[in-house]
Design a protein around this ligand. Structure first.
Ligand code: BGC
Length: 388
């Protein structure tokens, strides 16, 4: 995978500083510190636990790989685990990381509310916890949050839906020659137990709602509440099934067609596109609706190239991983990581200091410049729809 290259480039400088600090920490007898072996053996900086939710989404595999490589290059030993989207498995994995003497934890939770006892144990042992991409909720023992601007991701999804429909121009401004509509759209949201899902949906609705209010957009199924349109555990099959049901219940008479679908993540977009293709969208006069996405997965980049998916949102997981390593290093050096947002992410107990990264709308026009030229995906991965 092209992403591997990043670790060498992006973290080389960081690694030098972190190494010196980790060694110093070992010398000082820091809790659970490693044996202080020779530079470059990846074990002198102590153990960091990295808990990732699932391997079924390409992005978490990329995140995991980038975080692990980054930490190792910075001189840490890494225990990285994927939990197969199973909450008890993730709880056990984190328990085991703590038992093995992890000095810091980086956690991308499955359900942000279910790690209470693990976080208490971490807090009691003075282990810093970095919430990765998804906010861990209802606990005091979350020290820092690295993520993207999740509300803005939703704004970008809604904006690209409007651009695809011709309502906005390529700059996100009302198009001079905008068709009148009304356009039929359907809405999908992510998993209700993922704090991000609400941010994405609210962001998208903040740009779509005025057009729903003035009648430019309509939702023929009338399913517009988050609770109605959410997709438990972000499962592709669940989204496909819901789209199939919508097509049967609302669009089967042939006088109403789907013009657009707000889809919050690429695998869900693909499930939705499959359901649409199965009833003939994309053939003859029945145009494929404008379908959004998120994560810039290779399979969806290919669908965008092929004109089946309209857009996705590029969240550069290499940069997120780098922030996670930076924050971990700061804590293990006895410092506080630098936050750029101290207001947005209230986890129910406290506002967690956060570092938010920017994201980019991807359409056919900028796959080359944003994804391929930056080395995030190779041209071969986009052409085949598969990462190696
Ligand atoms: C992430 C998205 C991802 C989704 C499903 C969210 O928390 O922010 O990037 O598509 O989970 O895995």
């Amino acid at each position: 995978m092209a992403r591997k290259l990043w670790a060498k480039r992006g973290l080389a400088a960081l690694a030098t500083g972190a190494m010196a600090v980790s060694l110093a920490a070992c010398g000082g007898g820091g809790a659970g510190g490693g044996a202080g072996g020779g530079a470059g053996d990846g074990e002198e900086g102590g153990l960091v636990g990295v808990a990732m939710p699932t391997e079924t989404y390409e992005r978490w595999v990329a995140d995991g790989e980038a975080v692990k490589t980054g930490l190792e290059e910075a001189g840490y030993e890494v225990d990285m685990q994927f939990a197969g989207d199973d909450i008890p498995t993730q709880q056990q994995q984190i328990d085991s990381m703590i038992n093995k003497g992890a000095e810091a934890l980086i956690i991308a939770s499955i359900d942000g509310t279910t790690l209470g006892s693990q976080l208490e144990a971490a807090g009691a042992a003075g282990i810093p916890v970095i919430s990765y991409d998804r906010l861990i909720r209802d606990s005091e023992n979350v020290d820092f949050y690295v993520t993207f601007d999740n509300f803005e991701v939703g704004v970008q999804q809604g904006t690209s839906l409007l651009t695809g429909l011709g309502i906005l121009d390529e700059n996100g401004e009302p198009a001079a020659d905008a068709p009148e509509g009304p356009f039929n759209i359907e809405l999908f949201a992510g998993s209700p137990d993922d704090n991000n899902a609400g941010f994405f949906f609210d962001g998208a609705m903040s740009v779509l709602q005025p057009y729903l209010d003035d009648g430019t957009l309509e939702v023929p199924s009338k399913q517009v509440e988050f609770g109605k349109v959410a997709t438990q555990r972000w499962e592709q099959e669940t989204a496909q099934e819901r789209m199939e049901n919508l097509l049967t219940s609302t669009y089967s008479k042939g006088d109403t067609t789907v013009d657009g679908v707000l889809a919050p993540a690429d695998p869900l977009s693909r499930g939705i596109i499959t359901a649409l293709e199965n009833v003939g969208y994309g053939e003859g006069d029945l145009e494929m609706p404008i379908v959004t996405g998120q994560d810039a997965e290779a399979a969806s980049a290919k669908l965008i190239e092929d004109g089946k998916q309209y857009s996705t949102i590029f969240k550069d997981t290499r940069l997120l991983a780098e922030q996670a390593v930076t924050a971990t290093t700061a804590y293990l050096e006895g410092n506080e990581p630098e936050a750029n947002d101290t207001e947005t992410y209230d986890n129910g107990v406290k506002v967690v200091p956060s570092y938010l990264l920017d994201t980019v709308i991807i359409t056919k026009d900028n796959i080359q410049s944003e994804l391929i030229d930056s080395g995030y995906l190779t041209a071969e991965e986009v052409a085949s729809g598969q990462t190696d």
